[in-house]
Design a protein around this ligand. Structure first.
Ligand code: TNX
Length: 634
């Protein structure tokens, strides 16, 4: 086929309306590089066999077979070697030289499904596309007889845009079990992520067994358990039980690393230093600059951001850069980490270091004089430089949050940009390797919709905003940008269902930003595919946020005293039905067409979105007082 017609089919696939797409081709996320549809279909049935042409692919074949057997109940025997002929349907997996890293080619016709990649990783990514070509019931954990098990005839050529496609999971603020982490990895694999950044320590808990420092998990892994608005809890009383938390043994860590590896996902550990270290100090108080009583934070106020001033901490939560025993501690921790994690990078945090206790410390003062460090940024840089040497001596590369740029950064260190993209742009200019994870696009802990329905946190990042994530800003050297990732901080995430809800569908938008060609990205084409994947998540038993169906609210005052409210949705074609009289609107209520004048004595605006006569979004209950509050805050 000529290049021109290939481009045409891809365009067709991405631009056609939801209805046409659903009829023609299953929704693929992330969108592949090139898709060409053919006539006909491949029927999967009790006679289908899987053929593996290279022993390198045995594990991928077995993983695919297991997924298919579980959902279909078919036997799907696996044949090894070149014998791929004979009667019956075949799914053939093979290695082909010359394809790009993690790339694959998938062709489906009436008789056979052929999947080739340059490596097992490429074939594995291809199997995820293959599964997305099957009906949603393939996601189910139990056999289902209802669907027609068929794949549309198609030719797909695919490869990732970036080699670093990550999600970060914070298991410190709330602990998630081995089974829950594995489940998270399973969901990541479906969307072709290849890196799990595991945030293993923070003020609220130390989560990994370090054999040379047993108190880290004996003491540092446990805190008082609370629910409510994290960050504003009452300080724990002396008699409240410290029984909430947990940690991973080294054996469990190996198990998770192997589990991820089987899905071609690397695991990068993060131990956050020198700030965010209260759990470590609770275990080893001598690592702080000055004596004090340290306890694992349970969600009572800790870090504060005084207006205009630098960040400050209520109790000292930093390891002391002036103490030699801190570097010995770091060496012990990172040498055990280096044994456990084969991935080339380890992450040392480096973010949000409060300096208000350094200012009171004689040890810091002496260090600054001895090393001629003019300010606290230089103290932090001194710490980071020494840490880099410790990590390099363990055979690893060091990565840290963008704060490590402040005060000058050793050239070997890589930077993860979270306070927008500017740290990443600056680091790339200085020649560092960079991963982009800007908080204004890809922070999965932020709300997906309006605070009146979401579990409240301090900000909102809607799906459409996440979909605009572009990891390679103009003018930046592409060789410096490894890729990007989204970060799931868990201060306000108390259980696995909420973990899933905050991740999906936004991680789909991240996956597409990191895998698919930039030119293919189109919001209107993405939405119907996301909607199709909602059904797949449901079949898989995974919770997701329907916030894209909910309106956003904008309060204004045109003439003095007349409150107006404007509604908008991310998705086109919804009707918003509303009431001001306290009753619950349904599809027979007035439809929003233009900004509404809020009646003088109204208490609440209630809104629900419909499409084709069916409710889609949630019942939004917006107090008029809240609209007035937002107007005043502007
Ligand atoms: C900032 S991002 C942090 C985290 C918080 C997060 C909440 C970063 C390096 N540090 O400690 O959980 O904001 O959004």
């Amino acid at each position: 086929m000529t290049m021109k017609s290939k481009t045409l089919t891809v365009l067709l696939f991405l631009c056609s309306s939801a209805a046409v797409m659903a009829a023609e081709l299953p929704a693929l996320i992330p969108a592949p590089v090139a898709v060409e549809q053919r006539a006909g279909e491949f029927k999967l049935d009790a006679g289908t066999r899987i053929a593996v042409q290279s022993p390198e692919l045995n594990a991928e074949a077995e993983a695919l077979a297991q997924r298919l057997r579980r959902a279909t109940g078919f036997k799907l025997p696996i044949d090894h070697g070149k014998a791929t002929h004979g009667a019956g349907q075949r799914i053939v997996l093979g290695i082909e030289a010359g394809l790009p890293a993690e790339g694959y080619r998938l062709s489906v016709d009436r008789r056979r499904v052929q999947l080739v990649g340059v490596s097992p990783a490429g074939v594995f990514r291809g199997t995820q596309t293959l599964l997305q070509l099957l009906p949603k019931e393939v996601e189910s954990a139990t056999p289902s007889r209802s669907p027609r098990w068929s794949l549309p005839a198609v030719q797909i050529q695919d490869q990732p845009r970036f080699g670093w496609r990550g999600l970060m999971l914070d298991v410190s603020r709330h602990f998630f079990s081995v089974a829950e982490v594995k489940d998270f990895i399973d969901q990541m694999a479906k969307y072709k992520f290849n890196l799990l950044h595991w945030h293993l320590s923070d003020d609220q808990g130390w989560r990994i067994e370090i054999k040379s420092r047993p108190r880290l998990t004996e003491v540092g892994a446990w805190r008082v358990g609370k629910v409510g608005r994290f960050g504003s809890f009452a300080p724990p009383a002396a008699d409240e039980p410290r029984d909430y938390g947990g940690f991973y043994t080294q054996e469990q860590v190996r198990e998770i690393v192997a589990y991820a590896r089987a899905r071609h996902i690397a695991v990068m550990p993060e131990i956050d230093m020198p700030g965010h270290s209260l759990a470590a100090l609770a275990a080893y108080p001598e690592l702080a600059c000055e004596p004090g009583s340290f306890a694992v934070n349970a969600g009572e106020q800790l870090l504060t951001w005084p207006a205009g001033g630098p960040l400050s901490s209520v109790v000292d939560n930093t390891l002391c850069p002036a103490k030699e025993q801190v570097y010995e501690f770091a060496r012990q921790v990172f040498s055990e980490l280096a044994q456990l994690f084969p991935f080339e990078y380890v992450h040392m945090g480096g973010d949000e270091t409060a300096r208000n206790f350094w200012a009171k410390s004689e040890a810091i003062k002496a260090l600054m004089e001895r090393e001629k460090l003019p300010n606290f940024n230089a103290v932090q840089a001194y710490f980071v430089t020494r840490l880099q040497k410790i990590i390099a001596a363990e055979g690893k590369k060091m990565m840290g949050w963008d704060e490590i740029l402040e005060g000058g950064l050793v050239s070997e260190a890589a930077v993860m940009s979270w306070r927008g993209m500017k740290g990443g742009i600056e680091a790339a200019r200085l020649g560092h390797q960079v991963v982009m994870s800007p908080n204004d696009f890809v922070y999965l802990d932020l709300m997906q919709g309006d605070a009146v329905v979401e579990a409240p946190v301090y900000g909102t990042v809607r799906l459409s905003k996440t979909y605009q994530f572009e990891p390679l800003p103009e003018g930046v050297d592409a060789r410096r940008v490894l890729g990007g990732q989204a970060n799931l901080w868990t201060e306000q995430i108390y259980n696995q269902r909420q973990l899933q809800y905050m991740t999906w569908p936004r991680a789909m938008a991240v996956a597409e930003s990191l895998w698919s060609p930039k030119e293919h990205k189109r919001w209107e084409g993405f939405v119907p595919r996301v909607e199709a994947h909602f059904e797949r998540l449901t079949a898989a038993g995974v919770k997701y946020s329907p916030a894209l169906y909910d309106p956003s609210f904008k309060a204004s005052e045109k003439v003095p005293g007349q409150l107006m409210v404007e509604l908008a949705t991310e998705v086109a074609g919804l009707s918003l039905h509303y009431s001001f009289d306290g009753s619950l609107p349904d599809g027979y209520y007035p439809v929003y067409t233009a900004p509404l004048a809020v009646p003088k004595d109204a208490q609440q605006l209630k809104v629900i979105s419909y499409r084709d006569g069916k409710p889609l979004g949630r019942m939004m209950v917006m107090p008029v007082a809240e609209l007035r509050r937002r107007l005043a805050a502007k």
